[in-house]
Design a protein around this ligand. Structure first.
Ligand SMILES: [Zn+2]
Length: 452
């Protein structure tokens, strides 16, 4: 009896051990199967290093951008301009572009599912639908001309990213030698992972702080003599604005006024508003993390604080974060999270709209900023340039160490039937008004048709 009892115990131990191992294996399978199946060493899926399958990638308007079949992967877009303009959303064959769906949705595109693997005769592969519009992407890419940069447009009510163009790019059907200087950082999607000196677009964040915390901000008059002296140091302005109000100071982007406003706001308050705007945060966009900006005042004196509120000093921002901030202003203070892979995200995002954790500004502050940004366009940039879209905007001309300034233009349409927010950064493009506004004009014209 004793011996049988001992055998039974051993058997129980063996069975338990077997079950534990099985659980570990199933756990690892559930967690990693997708990774294993899309690994380039899997010869059932790859042919000469190129993934095969049954899926397609489509743009918002239904243009086929990529197809996978038993022979490999092909970029189906017929014109090279569209292939270049959508490369950072579609991806490259070697998975160098981290935001490409060819990398992030590979398992789906090769026709893998957890139950049947890749062998099922019933598996038809799957299409991945992007929210990216083909015509808008082409318009943005073309408008950048010979410049590098980032152009993002999204529907601030639904979160759909209509345009996500990053330059430099290249034609994946005819790849050039990418080692040269002109292709530096070519795999980086600059909208999602670029980080730039913001220049005067940053004055919007400083303005939000000023609206809330300086009681008489609309009644004050600032004096610009081509700049202003702060603590014995000269803060240069791009104009000589004389006596100027807060509203005019934003429209004319007066550095002298904003140097004073930054110091009236103070370090701690400015830091809080920068934090609320999400400058130092990462956002998740269709599963991809955006790059953090940088804003710090620990070593700043009054001169540093002045330049920081103007958008220079050590300030760095990410275009997607700024796009989200524009969406928040347009939406009365709360932002809808953008996405570019069509899915249930649309519903989830709409539910999020108006929730407290997404609040970047109070309703009242957002409304006041909207009014100021509308005035910028009407009094300075020219409303007629935007085909009746009721654009609210702010330009930026960000001084950088290497070459001409980066040209910025950010904003949104206040017309609820065209709910578009946008960000344009033209690297070393010179002035925001001269170079970035025309890029926005061309892009918005196409984007407005896409949301009709
Ligand atoms: Zn000035």
């Amino acid at each position: 009896m004793k011996r049988i009892g001992r055998r039974a115990k051993i058997l129980v131990v063996v069975i338990v051990y077997f079950l534990v191992c099985l659980c570990v294996l199933l756990g690892r399978y559930a967690k990693n199967a997708e990774k294993w199946v899309v690994h380039p060493a899997n010869q059932d899926v790859y042919q000469n290093g190129v993934p095969t399958g049954k899926g397609t990638v489509l743009s918002k308007d239904g243009t086929v951008l990529l197809t996978l079949d038993e022979n490999g992967t092909s970029y189906a877009a017929k014109d090279a301009l569209l292939r270049k303009a959508t490369l950072h959303a579609v991806g490259d064959l070697n998975d160098n572009i981290s935001t490409g769906v060819l990398k992030t949705k590979k398992a789906k595109l090769i026709g893998y599912d957890r139950i049947n693997g890749t062998y099922s005769p019933f598996s038809l592969g799957d299409s991945v639908k992007l929210t990216i519009d083909a015509e808008t992407s082409k318009a943005a890419y073309q408008a950048l001309g010979n410049y590098n940069g980032a152009v993002g447009v999204y529907n601030y009510l639904t979160g759909e990213i209509i345009c996500m163009v990053s330059k430099p790019s290249y034609d994946p059907m005819d790849p050039p030698d990418l080692d040269g200087d002109s292709y530096k950082g070519v795999y980086i999607n600059r909208v999602v992972n670029g980080v730039y000196t913001p220049g005067s677009v940053f004055k919007l964040i400083t303005s939000a702080a000023a609206i809330d915390t300086i009681d008489d901000i609309y009644d004050q008059t600032f004096t610009c003599r081509g700049g202003i002296e702060i603590n014995g140091e000269w803060i240069a302005c791009t104009g000589n604005h004389g006596e100027i109000s807060f509203e005019e100071a934003l429209a004319k982007s007066c550095n002298a006024a904003f140097a004073e406003i930054s110091n009236q706001v103070g370090k701690e308050t400015l830091l809080n508003y920068v934090q609320d705007a999400g400058v130092n945060n990462q956002f998740s966009i269709s599963g991809i993390k955006t790059s953090k900006g940088n804003f710090g005042l620990s070593k700043a004196d009054e001169v540093g604080l002045a330049w920081a509120g103007i958008g220079q000093y050590t300030d760095m921002v990410n275009p997607m974060q700024f796009l989200i901030y524009m969406g928040a202003i347009a939406n009365g203070g709360t932002a809808v999270t953008p996405y570019y892979v069509d899915s249930t995200a649309k519903l989830l995002n709409q539910v999020k709209l108006g929730s407290k954790e997404n609040r970047m500004l109070s309703q009242d502050t957002a409304d006041q900023l909207k009014k100021l940004m509308r005035n910028n366009v009407e009094s300075e940039y020219g409303d007629s340039r935007f085909d009746g879209l009721s654009i609210c905007g702010k330009t930026g001309t960000a001084e950088v160490d290497d070459g001409r300034p980066h040209a910025w233009f950010v904003g949104f349409s206040d017309d609820p039937s065209v709910p578009l927010a946008f960000v344009v950064v033209v690297e070393n493009g010179g002035s925001g008004t001269g170079t970035a506004i025309p890029v926005a004009q061309a892009t918005l014209k196409a984007a407005a048709k896409a949301v009709e």
